[in-house]
Every structure is written in C-alpha cells, then in structure tokens.
Design a protein around this ligand. Structure first.
Ligand SMILES: O=C(O)Cc1cc(O)ccc1O
Ligand SMILES: [Fe+2]
Length: 453
C-alpha cells in the first residue's frame, strides 16, 4: 500500500512536487503578472521577498519566494528575550551545555505534556555545530497539548524537519495550511512563520533542525529516475490568509516568537502575521507521507547500507557526507539468501540518532526500543543487534519474510559528533542505565578455536 491509512482526515488541498517552482493566490489577480515588484501591487498588497539562500547562490541551489501580503513582516515591535526557564532549547550557558560522551544511549518513551504549546514544548535533546555560523544540526523532541494562541513562531536557526509520532499538527504557515499526522513529516524552512494547533489532542514527535543548507532528495545513482521518496509525493500548501480588518484592536494583537541562536525572543504586532494573499517561489514548507516511500532492498544476499532508505539529505560541503540524513525503516520484504538479515554490528564515523514512530525494529527484539523514546550511537560507538535479535536471526529459517508490518523506525544520521543536552541526559529522566548491559553484554561466545586440541 503506497500510502498510510490515517485516522484524521486532511481538510487542506496542496500543490505537489519537491523543490518545484509554485505559484498560488487566494484572491484571483493578486499575483503581479510578469514582474515581482510593480509600483503598485494588485489589490493594494505589499510585495516582500523571503530568501532561503544568498542572492548569488547558483541557480540549482537558489531558493526564494515572493509574497504579496496585507502588511510587511517588518511591522512589529522590538524583540525581548523570554525568561530562560520558560523554554528548553538553550545550549550556550554553563548549565545547558552539550555533553559529548561515547556511551551508547537509549531513552524510554518521552512523556506527553498537555500543559504547554508547540513553542514551549520544544526540547533540545542533542546537537552539533552552531546556528550563528550556520553549521550543524539540532535534534529536538516536542511534546505539547495546548494550541498556540494569537501567536506565531519562526526559527532563524535552521530548517525544521518535523517527524510526527503522536497526534496531529495543524500548521498554519504564512504560506498556507498543512496538516501533519503520525507517519508524515513536514519541513518548515528557516524564517517561515507559523502557528500550531492540535486538532486531535496532545502531540509528540521529533525535529531535526538543519543549521546549514536545505534538505534535498538523495541522488538515485544506478537506481534510476524513480524510487525512494518520489518528487510528486511532496505536498506544499496553497495560499490562505486571515483578514483582521473588521476585528477589535485587542483581537488583532499577535505575539511573534523567534528562535534565534537557540534562545527564544518575542514581540508583538497589531495585525495578523497570516496575511499573505499570494506567493510564488521555491522556498516553502511541505509535507510527505512516509507510507509513500518506495523501499528498495537486496534480492540476492547480504544486508545493504541503510542509505537506500534515505528520504531527505541535508548535505555538507563534502559530496556524500551529510550534516543530517533523514532515513526510515519502512515495512518491507526480506528475501536475502544465506544472510544474517538484521543490521550488522558496526562502528560508524557518522552519529546515529534513532527512534520508532510506531511498531518494532528488527535489530532490537529484546525489548527496550519502543516508540517515542530514542537511541543515540555517536561517532564510533559500537552497536548492532541485541542478543535476542542475534540469536533469532542467525538461526532463522530464511524464507521470504515481511518485516515491520505496521512499523516505522527512523534515523537522523550526521557526520558530526553530537552532544547531548542537560535536559536529554538528566532532566528528562528517561535515559536507560542498562542499555549496554541489556543489549550486548549478554552476547554469547560461539567461537570454537580449531587450533586448540
Ligand atoms: O544501527 C542501526 O540500527 C541503523 C542501521 C541500520 C542498518 O540497516 C544498517 C546500519 C545501521 O546503522
Ligand atoms: Fe547503526
């Protein structure tokens, strides 16, 4: 089945394509014809450009969108930093620095939290690099149960790749509306302002924030011109705006939050930020149903590298070496002959942050790897199947087998060593102290040395 069976219907319509040039207008004639910035924009709108790359970036990388809005984004008050205890993304103080440790780490499922909204429910778990130099990534967990009020949020730090694990996110962005349900992902580019409400109760999930560049589809190489995540399955919103002209002054007031170098600032403005009537460009938020992934695997022998499961990649300046790959492990047939079918034991120069959205995972059958928690195998931290998985798979009858039915695991894989936040290591109280003890210390020796008598 090439789509996920969602319990929550999607009320919105979308335009399709990855990195496409889209144009959309919520009022006919709002888009200027054949120019971007006429002396007077149709319908008395303001023209504004949102740049996702340097003006001079090469054409194949260049990203920008022209928006036509009721008032420019600049029309707001001064930002003031929020109280440090009210949010959970800081990295730069002594008490919130990142810890770099070689241990294999695993977390029990993170708690739901229905006392906070999207902005205040974001927790930095791990990260590397620095938003101020536009290098690296942040890995965040979100858990929220409240709608954002008359508020909007943007991150100046990077692109948010949101992996919904529990509950639906109704995301009203400046560029239109997107519904994101478990087993869907959504990318909100740096700077795009949005508001999250929760149409089906509390939510929980993960964010990979890319401080540099933008997510791309991986090269397909010898796979050919289709496969993995196909371009036409990416959905972008159509223009939609609120008109607050007839509302009372108090009702027009909006609070605007900015995530800026992992700190939270806010200001107010006396009009809605969701006033874009039309836009055109290739810098926009989008979503993707992981159930549509066209999974490729071996039909002969041996376990291939998990790069064949890459949905999106956030490239570094070095070809083939990612700042962040987003990889999934979808339901699939295993048919390899004479093969140990689960992942091999390995030490990776890349760091691997993993989790289950739902179901189970073939390398961890001994318990402890459950949806909504996490694991981190940092640079060169040895890992692989736990004792149960090893004994099971090395004695299994190798007939064709469908694995992961109803399951979805994912990985944020980075070439960078990631540090774990104070919240991730201590405050959340979810770190399993016996991960290694439970998974690999029980592995039995099977070698019988033929050189011994
Ligand atoms: O460690 C893991 O479970 C992730 C993983 C899966 C796989 O199929 C091969 C390598 C790899 O790191
Ligand atoms: Fe791995």
């Amino acid at each position: 089945m090439p789509t996920t069976n969602f319990s929550h219907p999607d009320p919105y319509s979308y335009q399709v394509g990855f990195d496409s040039y889209h144009e959309t207008e919520a009022v006919p004639g709002a888009l200027p014809v054949a120019q971007n910035s006429p002396q007077k924009v149709p319908h008395g709108l303001y023209a504004e450009k949102l740049s996702g790359t340097a003006f001079t970036a090469p054409r194949h990388e260049n990203k920008q969108t022209w928006v036509y809005r009721i008032l420019p984004a600049a029309a707001h008050g001064n930002f003031v930093e929020e109280d440090a205890d009210s949010y959970h993304t800081r990295t730069t103080t002594e008490t919130s620095k990142l810890h770099h440790i070689p241990n294999q780490l695993r977390w029990d499922p993170f708690d739901l939290d229905d006392t906070v909204d999207w902005v205040h429910g974001l927790h930095l778990v791990a990260g590397s690099g620095d938003p101020t130099t536009k290098h690296g990534l942040g890995i965040l967990l979100y858990a929220a149960g409240k709608d954002m009020g008359r508020e909007a949020f943007y991150s100046a730090d990077g692109d948010f790749l949101i992996v919904a694990q529990h509950g639906a996110l109704n995301i009203q962005t400046e560029l239109g509306k997107i519904l994101v349900r478990p087993n869907e992902i959504c990318v909100i580019p740096r700077g795009v302002r949005y508001r999250v409400t929760l149409p089906a109760g509390p939510v929980r999930g993960y964010v990979c924030e890319l401080y540099q560049g933008h997510f791309q589809l991986p090269e397909l190489g010898p796979i050919g011109s289709n496969g993995l995540a196909n371009s036409r399955d990416f959905q972008a919103p159509v223009a939609a705006f609120d008109d607050d002209e007839d509302e009372q002054d108090e009702a027009k007031e909006y609070r605007l939050y900015s995530k800026f170098n992992n700190r939270l600032f806010s200001t107010t403005q006396d009009h809605t930020p969701f006033d874009i009537v039309a836009w055109h460009g290739n810098y926009y938020p989008y979503k993707y149903d992981l159930g549509r992934f066209n999974t490729i695997g071996t039909v002969s022998y041996d376990h291939p590298d998990p790069s064949i499961f890459t949905v999106l990649t956030g490239a570094s300046d070095h070809v083939g070496t990612a700042i962040a790959d987003f990889v999934i492990f979808p339901p699939r047939w295993l048919v390899a002959e004479n093969t140990f079918r689960p992942p091999w034991y390995h030490r990776n120069t890349m760091s691997e942050f993993m989790r289950l959205i739902t179901g189970d995972y073939d390398a961890k059958t001994g318990g402890g790897f459950r949806p909504a928690g996490a694991s981190l195998h940092n640079v060169m931290s040895a890992h692989g199947p736990d004792m149960h998985a090893f004994e099971g798979a090395s004695n299994a009858d190798l007939k064709p087998q469908k694995i992961g039915e109803g399951s979805m695991a994912f990985m944020f894989e980075s070439s960078l060593m990631v540090g774990v936040s104070e919240w991730g290591l201590k405050t959340c109280q979810k770190v399993q102290t016996d991960y290694n003890e439970h998974s690999w210390r029980p592995l039995k020796r099977h070698f019988r040395n033929p050189n011994k008598g």
